[in-house]
Design a binder for this molecule. Structure first.
Ligand code: GDP
Ligand code: ZN
Length: 359
């Protein structure tokens, strides 16, 4: 089977990066099971593992490939055993979560997602604080969030709910769906374009699988199973990246489903503090005791909660420890921040009002 790699997200930027490796083949990781990866290449699907050297030099779990990664492989078929992944191309977005039981070890859940649908049901699951948390997680990943309010058939005050959502999701598109009818995904479809990758997050039971299943009715990878010729046994990996018939892809990994559950402590959206930092006299202000620190001033003025600043610092430490402060993610966050606050001018006014509301 030939795979249309462009539809699968192979953009000019990845192509350009791949030019540095003329002897290798470009592929995209579509599933992962222990040390074995399944990648999609122009010529079909292939099993692969990570180059030993890469494995030994890996400084953190973030140096390993994840579903959604574009990687450079040493071969394009499994005729002579598993392919070897030599290089992970620079990610444009990445979802991480803390590995269970460890303080700092982060795990990559998925990479290179363009749009993430944050699903919240309009009945029991409706919770604005949680929504805010998911939006924050999405922006931090580098992906663009879209709010999907599900089960509209079970809600009688949709207009009111939409207003509430708007108060925490300013600048984020919000869709309303119901999977009862046939057109449950019609609102979502315009957001899934050839070459773009989407994912669904949100609490269990809100209707993510129902939406994904409907999208995936025409999944081009659906029934594929690969033979691991190296060891002479079959390896069936769960389908984790779904290539849709009319282009575009959906990433649905177990980790993706759990996002937002265990990362509750990374919960709050800190875009307000980020914005304040821009007002600090020093660009690298740590908000400890520097003169002209706008963040400390906000605490002093009672506009910003001290506890909140402490959690922010904690999060910053973790983020820099993991080396996740890529320029790209930063700039996306900045954009998000400004659109969320309707520009810097309105920011202070909004911030004050926001805190008044929360107290
Ligand atoms: P997930 O855990 O987020 O993947 O949620 P599921 O897709 O498994 O859905 C959980 C339950 O909600 C199932 O029983 C679905 O049939 C039901 N459900 C999903 N979407 C809708 C909807 O739009 N309206 C109603 N009434 N039920 C829905
Ligand atoms: Zn400062």
């Amino acid at each position: 089977m030939n795979i249309d790699m462009e539809k699968l997200g192979l953009s000019d930027s990845f192509k350009e990066q791949s030019l540095s490796y003329p002897d290798l083949f470009i592929g995209r990781v579509i599933s992962q099971f222990k040390g074995i990866y399944k990648a999609a290449l122009k010529d079909g699907e292939i099993l692969a593992e990570v180059l030993g050297k890469l494995r030994h030099e890996a400084s953190s779990p973030l140096s390993f490939p994840a579903v959604g990664d574009f990687v450079m492989l040493d071969r394009n078929s499994n005729k002579s055993g598993n392919a070897i992944i030599h290089k992970i191309l620079e990610r444009k977005s990445v979802f991480i979560r803390k590995a269970a039981g460890t303080a700092h070890e982060a795990q990559i859940v998925a990479a290179n997602i363009d749009t993430v649908f944050i699903c919240m049901s309009l009945n029991n699951d409706f919770n604005l604080r949680r929504l805010e948390r998911y939006i924050s997680i999405a922006w931090d990943s580098g992906a663009i969030p879209v709010v999907v309010l599900t089960k509209s058939d079970l809600c009688e005050n949709i207009a009111f709910r939409l207003k509430e959502v708007d108060s925490v999701a300013m600048g984020v598109d919000t869709l309303v769906t119901s999977s009862l009818g046939k057109d449950g995904i019609s609102a979502i479809l315009p957001y899934i374009k050839p070459g773009k990758t989407v994912a669904f997050i949100g609490s269990s039971g809100v209707g993510k699988s129902t939406l994904i299943n409907r999208l995936a009715e025409k999944d081009l990878f659906a029934t594929k199973e690969l033979r691991n010729d190296d060891k002479g046994r079959h390896t069936t990996t769960r389908r984790e990246l779904i290539l849709l018939e009319n282009g575009g892809a959906v990433i649905d990994t177990p980790g993706m489903r759990e996002i937002g559950i265990e990362s509750a402590d990374l919960s709050k959206s800190f875009s307000d503090i980020d914005a304040l930092s821009k007002e600090c006299r020093f660009r690298d202000c740590k908000h400890e005791r520097e003169p002209g620190c706008a963040v400390l001033k906000a605490v002093e003025d009672g506009v910003l909660d001290e506890q909140r600043l402490a959690s922010y610092k904690k999060l910053q430490k973790e983020a820099s420890y993991e080396g996740l402060n890529s320029k790209q993610i930063e700039s996306k966050k900045l954009n998000a921040m400004f659109s969320e606050f309707g520009g810097m001018k309105n920011f202070k006014k909004n911030l004050k009002e926001k805190y008044k509301l929360e107290r």
